[in-house]
Design a binder for this molecule. Structure first.
Ligand code: DGL
Length: 270
């Protein structure tokens, strides 16, 4: 089926999911929208995140997508159920796939979850993990400094390490988690630093891989996979600054010619 898959995030974080989609489904065409101008979503009230998410979804629906990937944990936590109820295309979020992978990896059933304030306060991971296995012990932690740092392109170096170290200290010191879920799609961009701070004995889980697998399964089931010979031309849109977006997209997706387009969505009142 020759229609694109829509991918949304509050900014560059969803690119970590897009890269897995490209790897696992190389024939599929993606349309990516990052609402960089209004990022971060994490500290915003639920109603605002719902409104902004719908504005992103409307933008992509006009481009005739065959499936929607909500590559943002905060938006998934607040909107997945209503998007699924109201849209007539399949909608995939990132929380369930991340929870499933963590359970698969953990040996001692002590799992850490880091995410935005919105995601952590929603308890969406707690629910998803406990639904699968209610013996699991969960320690969660909001990391509000990570997303602004990533959006500014600060992914390495001493200052970044210091922020990651100070933020994760409570999780590292007190608990014996063997698995840590990166419950925000921006965080895989800081994965090396997070692994350094937590130690090599902790499995770090990003939901991208499992999410892409789920997209593939569901599209196969709905007979929506593309199986022609077209070379996919992905499209990238951002509501914010092009420079940093392009730089991160080019590096992360290893495609030096990516050039996003700047768009306006909703009323952009914030
Ligand atoms: N990447 C997003 C997430 O997974 C959103 C981060 C934010 O905008 O605060 O939650």
């Amino acid at each position: 089926m020759d229609k694109p898959i829509g991918v949304i995030d509050s900014g560059v974080g969803g690119l970590t999911v897009a890269s897995e989609l490209m790897r696992q489904l190389p024939k599929e065409q993606l349309i990516y929208l990052g609402d960089t101008l209004r990022c971060p979503y994490g500290p915003r009230p639920k109603e605002e995140v719902i409104q902004y998410t719908w504005e992103m979804v409307d933008f992509l629906l006009k481009r005739d997508i065959k499936m929607l990937v909500v590559a943002c944990n905060t938006a998934t936590a607040y909107t997945l159920d209503q998007l699924r109820a109201e849209l007539d295309i399949p909608v995939i979020g990132v929380i369930q796939p991340g929870a499933r992978t963590a359970i698969k990896m953990s040996q001692n059933l002590r799992i850490g979850v880091i995410g935005t304030e919105g995601t952590i306060n929603s308890k969406a991971y707690q629910k998803a993990l406990k639904n699968i296995n209610n013996k699991i012990r969960i320690n969660d932690l909001a990391c509000p400094r990570f997303v602004p740092m990533v959006e500014d392109g600060i992914l390495t170096g001493e200052d970044a390490y210091h922020v990651v170290y100070e933020t994760l200290k409570p999780l590292k010191d007190k608990n014996h988690i063997d698995t840590l879920i990166l419950g925000c799609t921006h965080y895989p961009l800081l994965k090396d630093l997070i692994q350094d701070v937590m130690g090599t004995h902790v499995h770090i889980i990003s939901s991208g891989e499992e999410t892409a697998r789920e997209v593939s399964t569901i599209m196969g089931y709905h007979k929506k996979l593309y199986n022609g010979e077209r070379i996919p031309e992905h499209k990238f849109y951002t509501t914010g600054r092009l420079h940093v977006f392009d730089q991160i997209a080019r590096n992360w997706l290893e495609q030096p010619d990516i050039s996003a387009e700047n768009v306006h969505i909703g009323q952009l009142s914030f």
